[in-house]
Design a protein. Structure first.
Length: 84
């Protein structure tokens, strides 16, 4: 996960710690604004969007979602930027 201007986070532990700190700091209510989804193949798609929440806003340049064998989708790549 690349979260500008905060840095790059790898692995479940680092990514979970990043989001937990935001939650602990009172950030909530994420809303995607004008999302666009590009289907890559039968198992993956890329989402880009503006976003806002109660204390910040920004852009999502790339969320790569991959369909798993059990039918769930997992986020493999997450690249976004906070702009305020």
């Amino acid at each position: 996960m690349t979260a500008k201007p905060f840095g790059t986070f790898k692995g479940t532990e680092q990514i979970q710690a990043f989001w937990q700190k935001l939650i602990d700091d009172g950030f909530s209510d994420v809303e995607y604004i004008n999302p666009e989804i590009k289907v890559i193949d039968d198992k993956s798609a890329v989402l880009s969007s503006g976003w806002k929440m109660n204390k910040a806003k920004g852009i999502i340049s790339k969320e790569l979602w991959v369909l798993q064998d059990d039918g769930s989708a997992k986020l493999r790549i997450d690249e976004f930027e906070a702009q305020g």
